[in-house]
Ligand binder design. Structure first.
Ligand SMILES: *[C@@H]1O[C@H](CO)[C@@H](O)[C@H](O)[C@H]1NC(C)=O
Ligand SMILES: *[C@@H]1O[C@H](CO)[C@@H](O)[C@H](O)[C@H]1NC(C)=O
Ligand SMILES: *[C@@H]1O[C@H](CO)[C@@H](O)[C@H](O)[C@H]1NC(C)=O
Ligand SMILES: *[C@@H]1O[C@H](CO)[C@@H](O)[C@H](O)[C@H]1NC(C)=O
Ligand SMILES: *[C@@H]1O[C@H](CO)[C@@H](O)[C@H](O)[C@H]1NC(C)=O
Ligand SMILES: *[C@@H]1O[C@H](CO)[C@@H](O)[C@H](O)[C@H]1NC(C)=O
Ligand SMILES: *[C@@H]1O[C@H](CO)[C@@H](O)[C@H](O)[C@H]1NC(C)=O
Length: 258
């Protein structure tokens, strides 16, 4: 007899249940994401000494979007920029940096970071600018997973202590405009896959221990303005490649003459 009201009551309850579930799911998602950014920043801080107390503002008195060096996007209050260049910071780069999933620019240049570049940086798919240059004790290998940063435009690792080979997977970085690896201790070959970097304008491998031939694929780099590979042990018909590439345009090239 009274199945109808019961039925509608049940429907109503199910609807309310569904509504409250989706609300709590939504707020859980937003809270989790910005709390993850805060946690990642605090973990990053915990691996660093700052004689100048540059990170003093990184405390609970301020929202992390107001911490020194941190830039947030207006819409989601997520970290999009971390700029702590030239701050006399000493320490290692925490793998938690890879949890700043909205990060577009990371600049830690001209400090005293040591250890390596964490491969978790590869989780930062929005990253356009990575500048870790001028950290003379920043060593280890260039992580292969850096090739997952598909939006990377500027990669500046000059004047570090990087060793081993240049990962051929860097050839996947189709938006890369600047690749500066000068003054490291990189060895092995010049990967032919780098010819796939069709947006690349400036490439410098100056002062490393690269060997073998400069690959012909260099001629495929349509946007190249400057290529500097001298002070290595490279050989090859660079002049010919540049002539083919430039077709009258000016490409600055510097090669070995010994
Ligand atoms: C995270 O976002 C939620 C919802 O927008 C907000 O209430 C909370 O204060 C934020 N927490 C932090 C640490 O930003
Ligand atoms: C947080 O940082 C500010 C600015 O450096 C400082 O004045 C304040 O005392 C700090 N608060 C705590 C709880 O450490
Ligand atoms: C963040 O990164 C670290 C190290 O990569 C990981 O252990 C942790 O589970 C990640 N997630 C959160 C939510 O902090
Ligand atoms: C590196 O990339 C591989 C896939 O190529 C993935 O399985 C691995 O989890 C990544 N590791 C880190 C630490 O990013
Ligand atoms: C990286 O930082 C160094 C030191 O501040 C600066 O000279 C260089 O121009 C930066 N690289 C890029 C690609 O912006
Ligand atoms: C990149 O270059 C290599 C060698 O030049 C080539 O074999 C490969 O197919 C290219 N990959 C992509 C994704 O373009
Ligand atoms: C790139 O190369 C051009 C041509 O040599 C030069 O004028 C420019 O300053 C370089 N840019 C960077 C960021 O190194």
């Amino acid at each position: 007899m009274n199945t109808r009201p019961l039925f509608s009551l049940t429907c109503h309850a199910i609807f309310l249940l569904f509504l409250s579930l989706s609300i709590s799911k939504f707020s859980l998602a937003t809270t989790l994401s910005n709390e993850t950014d805060k946690l990642a920043l605090l973990e990053f801080k915990s691996h660093i000494d700052s004689p100048l107390n540059v990170l003093a503002s990184w405390n609970d008195s301020f929202h992390f979007c107001h911490w020194v060096g941190v830039t947030c996007g207006n819409k989601h209050q997520r970290v999009i920029g971390l700029d702590l260049k030239n701050s006399k910071l000493v320490g290692t780069i925490s793998p938690h940096i890879g949890n700043l999933s909205f990060l577009r620019s990371l600049n830690l240049a001209s400090n005293s970071f040591h250890g390596g570049i964490p491969s978790e940086v590869g989780y930062l798919t929005r990253l356009g600018n990575l500048n870790l240059s001028h950290n003379p004790k920043l060593g280890g290998e260039i992580p292969v997973n850096l090739s997952h940063c598909s939006n990377l435009q500027y990669l500046d690792l000059q004047y570090n202590d990087l060793v081993q080979g240049i990962p051929s997977e860097l050839g996947f970085l189709s938006k890369l405009q600047i690749l500066n690896l000068r003054n490291n201790h990189l060895s092995g070959r010049f990967p032919p896959s780098l010819g796939n970097l069709s947006s690349l304008q400036n490439l410098s491998f100056l002062y490393n221990n690269l060997e073998g031939e400069i690959p012909n694929t260099v001629a495929q780099m349509k946007s190249l303005k400057s290529i500097v590979v001298s002070e290595n042990h490279l050989s090859g018909l660079m002049e010919k490649i540049i002539a083919e590439l430039g077709e009258g345009e000016e490409v600055e090239a510097s090669i070995n003459h010994h």
